[in-house]
Design a binder for this molecule. Sequence first.
Ligand code: PMV
Length: 314
Amino acid sequence: MPAFTASAPAKIILFGEHAVVYGRPAIAVPVQQVQARAVVIPDPLAPRGRVWIQAPEINLDCAVGELPEENPLRKLIQLLQEHFQIDHLPACILRVSSTIPVAAGLGSGAAISVACLRALSAFLGAPLPVEHVSDLAYEIEKIYHGTPSGIDNTVVAYDRPVYFVHGQPIEFLSVGQPLTLVIGDSGRRSPTSEPVGALRQAWLANSVPYEELFDRVGEIARSARANLETGSLLHLGNLMDENHTLLVQMGVSSPELDHLVAAAHTAGALGAKLSGGGWGGNMIALVEPELAEQVSAALLQSGATHTLITQVRP
Ligand code: PMV
């Protein structure tokens, strides 16, 4: 019997994380070097409707019904059943794997959801259109952190650079010239829900200074969009630096991330910032292509556990 396979890329946020949760624009791009993958194998001899999940990286090897109610994979199967108005899926094995580090600001949760939704809907004989994949993945994002903006599921499902404003039609971006980025992993894992939740508490207690920070980030994202389209790299680097300073003021950076951002500058990066939820996870540096290896080596020397060099192409 044929297996049904699908994959989905990681993502980085170039500008606007956190402020995007509060209605400001943000810019994100897919990262192809690391991917989530789902394989569905029909299992006609298994009991009716049994979906067996195998995800060795997170030590899962059980029937979906044995997972806690709030487990994202269990929720994903429920959402699919509701979407297709069926009581159960035909019996199958769902194998999930990923090379995207978890809780690292690279959208691993969204990528796993997107890969699973694509593989399972193909198995059902009705591959979901991309907008439904994105919408269903958004519902699952809510489990990871209660108030997602929707940027992760959008950029991962559409697999294109996006200019994203919550609740508004998606706008795709074309870059005026290739961007070379070095991604550095601080090695610290931080579930997105934690900095997002802490920022919300701080905003609820005293919204005025945070609204000002979000407004400034929104202006940066708008200005970055224009510079991306014209390909003005130096200006983009400066905007990244300004965005990082505002993220520090929001309280979502960490000493490790700040240290890596400083190391990237010393090694010649045009700009650098944390990317994603913060408190850990990854930072990104914009570089001239010929300096990419040098910046990557400097990040590794300064404590990054991994680096990736990626390009955003016109
Ligand atoms: O940490 P990540 O990769 O899930 O990025 C989340 C981005 C935030 O703006 C912090 C949250 C959101 O929902 O947009």
